[in-house]
Structures are given as C-alpha cells and as structure tokens.
Design a protein around this ligand. Structure first.
Ligand SMILES: [Fe+2]
Length: 258
C-alpha cells in the first residue's frame, strides 16, 4: 500500500480509505450477507503484509472472500488470511449461499499485469459448475475476461478469456454475472445475457477514455459495488463514498500498472 499510495495518490492513507469503504458497506441497510474483495489489496513488494487487512475486515458481520490480484501474494496471504476465508493453495474455490453458487477464481498466480487461468483451473471450473446444484452462478475474478475499451488495460486483461468462455458457455443459462476488478473504474457490460461489471476502486481511479495514457488517474470518488440478488433477478449498484478528510487527492498522473 505504501508504494502504491506514493505513486498514485501522494499523501493518501489507503488503509484509511479501505476502512472508510468497509464502514460505508457495513452501514448499508440491510448490511451485506457476503463480502468479496477484488484483489490488489496490498502493494508492499514481494511479501505483502496482510495482517492489517485481516484487522480491517474483522467484525464486518459476514464472511469475507478475496480474489487475489496481481499485486497480491497467495503465499503471503495464506500466512495471514482474512478472518473466515480461504484462499490457500490453489487459490480458487467455490461456495454455496442461499440461491447462488459462488465461484472465486484466481487469475493472478503469475503476479504479472495480465491475468491467467491454467488448464487445471479451467478443468476445475468445468467440473465445479457441472457438479454444483442447479443454482444461479456468480463468478468473481480479479482480471476482466472481456475488453473494457481502454487499450492499455485491455492489454493486461485475462489472457485466456476465450478458454474461460468456452468453459463457462455450457453453463451460461445459470451464470448471472462475472464480477472483476483490476481496471480501477466502474464499468458494466453484458455478454450473451451475462452481466460483467467492475466497481470503482477504493484507492485511485484510472481514466476510462479509450485513448488515455497508461495509468493516467482520474479525479473521481472511490467506491464499491453492491449486488442485490433476489428471486426476481440481480441488480448491481455503485456506491461512492467521501474519503477521510485527511486525504489529499493526487495530481492525476501515474506510471505503473493495474
Ligand atoms: Fe490488478
């Protein structure tokens, strides 16, 4: 977090921002039944320290799950996980909640900008979807399996998007949504009846313009998405929050990756 904050939002305490986001989510009425963090939670180098993440998420009142991102480390995370969640190796898993089968994929094993799904994970996904109860499916992953229309970010999307969709397409009637992060701006798309969406980032936002320079930040409020899933369908709404008053916004420039 320290490296990222100095690069994109000088002077900003990103832990305080995450705490503010979690507090805003906790204040929702009704409060969340399930939390999913989109990844890139730490940018502390090869061995991120996740203890403070666990502290921040303790007491959220519902299970917390994490899609590890390219700035995360599965090994480091496994030593200090969130209070109630995997992942340990291999980093991907699924769970059932009322009315839904939830799949958490791990696209960041290579810890590079672009995401990947190896053959073993794709085969696991096929088997998991085939053997799960015939419930509606929500799939979470850090990297987008679609282009979002920003050239430099599309260059670091999920490399195996075609293979992912071939694995998922046989279950398309049950897959409601694929939720991703990584791009640092709010976007929602659809693909053959499947909703695809990213929330805004809790930290810095990237410009969503097709011609924006690499890692050019936008002056936008941070935020997160709320999924309301009921018998009648699924809605996704974006919640923005005012960061803590001590925060100074950055100058709109950056130079790294997503
Ligand atoms: Fe990322």
């Amino acid at each position: 977090v320290a490296r990222a904050a100095s690069r994109y939002l000088p002077g900003v305490d990103l832990r305080a921002r995450l705490a503010a986001a979690l507090a805003a989510g906790r204040a929702l009425d009704p409060p969340p039944d399930l939390w999913v963090l989109g990844g890139d939670m730490m940018d502390d180098g090869p061995e991120p320290d996740y203890r403070s993440l666990g502290d921040l998420c303790a007491g959220l009142g519902a299970p917390v799950h994490l899609c590890l991102g390219n700035h995360d480390s599965l090994d480091a995370y496994a030593r200090a996980p969130l209070p109630a969640a995997p992942p340990r190796s291999p980093g991907y898993y699924s769970l059932d909640i009322p009315g839904f089968h939830v799949v958490i994929l791990f696209t960041a094993a290579e810890r590079r900008g672009a995401g990947s799904l190896d053959a073993a994970q794709l085969e696991w996904l096929r088997e998991d979807l085939a053997s799960s109860a015939p419930a509606r499916v929500l799939i979470f992953m850090h990297h987008p399996p679609v282009e979002v229309g920003v050239q430099w970010l599309d260059a670091i999307m999920l490399k195996e998007a075609g293979r992912f969709w071939r694995a998922a397409d046989g279950f398309r009637q049950r897959i409601c949504a694929v939720l991703f992060a990584h791009v640092h701006f709010a976007v929602s798309l659809s693909r053959q009846g499947v909703l695809l969406a990213s929330p805004p980032a809790v930290g810095w936002q990237f410009r969503a313009d097709p011609g924006s320079a690499k890692a050019e930040t936008a002056v936008e409020l941070p935020g997160f998405n709320v999924l309301d899933a009921g018998e009648s369908g699924l809605t996704v709404r974006t919640v923005r929050f005012l960061p803590p008053s001590s925060i100074r916004e950055g100058d709109g420039r950056g130079g790294g990756g997503a």
